[in-house]
Design a protein around this ligand. Structure first.
Ligand code: ATP
Length: 421
């Protein structure tokens, strides 16, 4: 029997043994299942342990949380629980279940089932293996659908012919795994996938579920191959009627993003998935952008960014003016989120504009004044709104270099106050 656990750190193996003890004490079956088993076989790092248990999930999860000092969250209606461990490891517990779909794309109705049922409800054979962790069968692989064979042959294969109509978001998942692992979608599965796309698969599942899967593609280390594949499969329909994703444009952007992500000052500071998303829909109409806001859920700031897309070319044209002062660049960019400004930097074609945006992102957006509104108000007694206006003007002078120190700031502020009164 192959030991798939040898690729895990001793710490994780210890944790798995401890979870198994809790299940054994209660006479319950316990398996690692899904992506974690696939990644253990592929020797890939995965920090999410998915455990399926015969019953009493909540009891086992809370015992594990107690022993590990982890944070327990229970979702009683789904019979699942999550334990977040202090070191960032996450263990998801679920009771083995079976699922049936009343109609294509509907949320499945779920009931308790065997482990085999639980594996049968999954998307692809490579994600439908279970690895027993109970002491008496530790390491036994449950592989009813030949997932191991498909992993070795690098194939993405559905478990049955209705898989994509049951859950059309699997189209996005198939493409994601195919491109991430450089596997291929095997011919029958590809035929079923193409039929699902042709039949406008996206109309049956909720926009939110598509978006969650699409976001996972955009969060991949290298999203570009999957974005290209989706285009070749004509599978962007879930975003709306217009054709999205201009591939040559995106190729260029993806190379720039890869370079920027390697920079220490950039890597953690931006939501790269969202910058990809802006790039995918940047060339579409304003009407299309408005529709996106109705269909998918975004934060308030992201909504504003999406609506600003209709101006990106004109903003870049404004920034191309060589006479533009530093404070004018600041004023123009300040109204957008950092993600949107980074998007502008990426789509800008001239070095002069890139330099201006870099100066804003790395320096100017952080410049502050020594003086503050409180002091100014105390001195003048004029209303807050006007004080804000004066501070903005002093900051602009500082950016343009005519105000250098605290004394200069006071001098400039007093002059402005005099003009205002
Ligand atoms: P990743 O490495 O991207 O996290 P993963 O396979 O762990 O990949 P998840 O989305 O976390 O992906 O899903 C965990 C498991 O749940 C999958 O391996 C699969 O068995 C099952 N699963 C997830 N989504 C679906 C789906 N839409 N249909 C069927 N099974 C699914």
């Amino acid at each position: 029997m192959k030991n798939y656990f040898s690729n895990l750190s001793p710490e994780i193996v210890h944790l798995i043994r401890m979870i198994a003890d809790e299940a054994d004490q209660r006479n319950l079956s316990a398996y690692l299942a899904g992506g974690i088993v696939r990644d253990m076989i592929l020797k890939r790092k995965n920090l999410d342990l998915d455990i399926v248990i015969g019953d009493s999930t909540e009891t086992v999860a809370s015992a594990v949380a107690k022993k590990t000092k982890g944070k327990l969250t229970v979702y009683r209606q789904f019979k699942t629980a999550t334990v977040l461990l202090p070191k960032g490891l996450r263990v998801d517990f679920a009771t083995t279940r079976s699922e049936t779909y009343a109609k294509p794309g509907a949320m499945p109705s779920v009931k308790k089932g065997s482990l085999a049922d639980d594996l049968f409800r999954r998307d692809f054979t490579i994600n439908a293996m279970g690895l027993c962790i109970n002491r008496n069968q530790f390491g036994v692989l449950l592989d009813e659908f030949d997932g191991l064979r498909d992993l070795r042959q690098k194939k993405i294969r559905v478990l049955h012919k209705d898989s994509f109509s049951d859950d059309p978001t699997r189209v996005l998942r198939a493409v994601r795994f195919e491109q991430r692992f450089r596997f291929s979608i095997e011919p029958t599965t590809l035929g079923l996938l193409k039929t699902a796309v042709k039949k406008n698969f996206y109309k049956t599942a909720s926009a939110g579920r598509y978006f969650a899967e699409f976001k996972k593609i955009l969060d991949e280390e290298k999203p570009m191959p999957a974005l290209k594949r989706l285009k070749a499969l004509k599978a962007y329909g879930f975003l709306g009627e217009e054709e999205a994703a201009d591939i040559p444009f995106l190729e260029d952007i993806s190379q720039k993003i890869a370079r920027l992500k390697r920079r220490k000052e950039c890597a953690e500071n931006y939501q790269w998935w969202f910058i990809y998303f802006l790039s995918i829909v940047a060339q579409n109409s304003e009407k299309f952008h408005k529709k996106l806001l109705e269909e998918f859920s975004f934060t308030k700031e992201q909504k504003k960014d999406i609506l600003s897309l209709s101006q990106w070319k004109s903003i870049l044209a404004e920034l191309s003016d060589e006479q533009l002062s530093r404070s004018c660049v600041y004023k123009r960019l300040k109204e957008f989120s950092f993600d949107f400004v980074m998007f502008l930097r990426i789509v800008a074609s001239s070095k002069d504009i890139v330099d201006k945006i870099d100066r804003y992102l790395l320096k100017d957006c952080r410049i502050t004044l020594f003086i503050n509104g409180h002091d100014l108000q105390k001195e003048s007694g004029i209303p807050g709104k006007k004080i804000g206006f004066i501070l903005d003007r002093v900051l602009e002078q500082k950016l343009d270099g005519t105000v250098k120190n605290k004394r200069d700031e006071w001098k400039a502020a007093r002059l402005l106050l005099k003009q205002e009164c």
